[in-house]
Design a protein around this ligand. Structure first.
Ligand code: FMN
Length: 301
């Protein structure tokens, strides 16, 4: 099905937004993506905090505008994080993985554009009804947390059919051809995570970069074991797509004292065999650690 292109409500030369990836997309990456012509987003994930967001915002040069993404259960735990995000006047705000979309109105009242990631058509309808300025369709191929239900292209068609709003395609967008196909299908652009995880400006650790560069398309799984080991507040039906490693092979449940201790030790040692390394099905395309501007140029349709 072909749909007329719907204009994005923010200015970009390249219709690509870097996904707000907790622990990966900080101020340096977001600024580099915006400066190269896309829209950069700062991500505050499970470990997000007001202090951490402020530290990342401080890395964005004066006059370079970026977006911010935070997580619903995290801002319920730390409301100051959402207040800080609103005060920063981002180009685009997203609060991910919650049912209550009341934040959209709060942001729009302050002139801030909003994006909602959806995992199925019902989520698309809810985002449309709540007035989201942009809807992000996140296919099951995507890296990180989500409900991994529907193939990206199928979901894109479904959501385009139920809303007039601009839609961004997300999930294993790894090449310029992927972006061109999404645009031809009716998307207004792409929301890209994994492809930026080994960018020079990303916050990714040495150990996670090595694992990302070594991983192939068959190396990811859906898991909640790291969230259990860390004691994060993720809903039980929202696992994360991660690179399979020793930890995921050995622990079916991350809540044991042994699993928790191992997880903590692996993080302290930056040992990818025991760390949660989020990645989508496009991870096999990662070949090198390139400046974000080069990653963006390679994805430009
Ligand atoms: C390393 C990593 C961290 C992520 N962290 C977040 C996050 O904190 N908040 C969020 O809304 N989405 C997060 N995501 C999901 C992205 O928003 C997006 O759905 C996904 O990256 C798109 O699929 P792709 O990774 O295949 O490009 C993360 C994804 C990755 C790969």
């Amino acid at each position: 099905m072909s749909h007329p292109a719907r204009a994005l409500p923010f200015d970009v030369r390249v219709p690509i937004v870097n996904a707000p990836m907790g622990g990966v997309a900080g101020g340096a990456l977001a600024a580099a993506v915006t400066q190269a012509g896309g829209l950069g987003m700062i991500g505050q994930g499970s470990a997000g905090s007001e202090a951490s967001l402020s530290a990342q915002l401080a890395l964005v040069p004066e006059g370079v505008r970026v977006g911010i993404g935070v997580v619903d259960w995290v801002v319920r735990r730390e409301p100051a994080l959402l207040e800080r995000a609103l005060d920063a006047d981002p180009v685009l705000l997203t609060v991910g993985f919650g049912e209550d979309l009341g934040w959209i109105r709060r942001a729009q009242d302050r002139g801030i554009l909003t994006a909602v990631q959806v995992f199925d058509a019902a989520g698309g309808a809810a985002a449309d009804a709540a007035g989201a300025d942009v809807i992000v369709v996140r296919g099951r191929e995507a890296g990180g947390h989500g409900r991994h239900l529907v193939d990206r292209d199928v979901l894109l068609d479904e959501v385009l059919a139920l809303t007039e709003r601009p839609v961004l395609a997300a999930g294993a967008i790894s090449t310029a051809e992927d972006v061109r196909r999404a645009l031809a299908r009716g998307a207004s652009g792409a929301w890209v995570g994994t492809a930026f995880t080994t960018a020079v400006e990303a916050l990714s650790s040495r150990g996670s970069r090595d694992a990302l560069l070594a991983a192939g398309p068959d190396d990811t799984i859906l898991s909640s074991v790291f969230d259990q080991a860390a004691g994060w507040g993720w809903p039980a039906d929202i696992p994360e797509r991660v690179i399979a490693n020793d930890f995921t092979r050995r622990h079916a449940d991350g809540r044991s004292a042994e699993a928790r201790a191992e997880f903590t030790a692996a993080g302290a040692a930056d040992d990818p065999r025991g760390m949660s390394i989020n990645a989508g099905l496009g991870v096999g395309h990662l070949r090198a650690e390139l400046p974000a501007a080069e990653v963006l140029a390679a994805l430009a349709p």
